[in-house]
Design a protein around this ligand. Structure first.
Ligand SMILES: [Zn+2]
Length: 137
């Protein structure tokens, strides 16, 4: 995963807050934010943030051949999650989990994770990842 520095910098707040578009006509939520609803085409959308919502793991894949810059972090788990309230679906890194304990349907929460560092610019990249909600008691 690699981003151009200007693009990442310009969009960093939407990465951190998971900025999405809620449609005022059909009520569905599109992530990432778009000015037109992905489901019904309406342009009556308002900005919502998904970063305070927990999510369920719908499906996932485990990547054992990690790319450049990720050699020390494999395997990498990428999942499709659905947020609890908005029912928005997004592709996200799943973190802090043993691959053996992964299963669909588990409850996850968003967490800011450092993913990479750009040697030239000195910019450190962060993205929202999802980790399992720890059971208490
Ligand atoms: Zn809509």
């Amino acid at each position: 995963m690699r981003f151009s520095v200007p693009r990442y910098w310009r969009e960093r707040h939407s990465y951190y807050r998971l900025k999405a578009a809620k449609c005022l006509d059909c009520g569905r939520v599109t992530y990432p934010y778009t000015e037109r609803c992905r489901f019904c085409g309406s342009s009556r959308v308002v900005e919502v943030e998904l970063v305070n919502e927990k999510a369920r793991l719908l499906t996932y894949t485990v990547i054992y051949s990690a790319g450049e810059g990720f050699e020390d972090k494999k395997p990498v788990v990428i999942g499709i999650v659905e947020t609890e309230e908005s029912k928005a679906r997004l592709l996200a890194r799943i973190t802090d989990v043993d691959v053996e304990e992964l299963k669909t349907g588990i409850l996850l929460e968003p967490v800011l994770r450092r993913i990479n560092e750009d040697g030239e610019s000195g910019l450190i990249y962060y993205l929202i990842a999802y980790r399992p909600v720890l059971k208490t008691g």
